[in-house]
Design a protein. Structure first.
Length: 73
């Protein structure tokens, strides 16, 4: 049986924001979309969702890399 573990939400949020701010060749739209799905679920389940902002409002069209380049609060 697996042992129950806890994580620190703020540390997870900081890590997710770091990943979402990356601009290297491996930080693809699909990679960042996965990060957003996971961090939003964690934040909502723990009552910590406070919204997000796009890193560049001029590059935030839906389903683009810029759309997933964001920061959560």
């Amino acid at each position: 049986m697996a042992k129950k573990k806890t994580i620190k939400v703020q540390e997870t949020l900081d890590y997710a924001n770091y990943q979402l701010g990356r601009t290297d060749e491996y930080a693809t739209k699909e990679f960042k979309a996965g990060i957003t799905v996971m961090i939003e679920q964690i934040l909502h389940l723990t009552g910590n969702y406070r919204g997000f902002m796009f890193l560049n409002n001029n590059d935030s069209d839906v389903n683009t890399l810029g759309y997933y380049s964001r920061k959560y609060f």
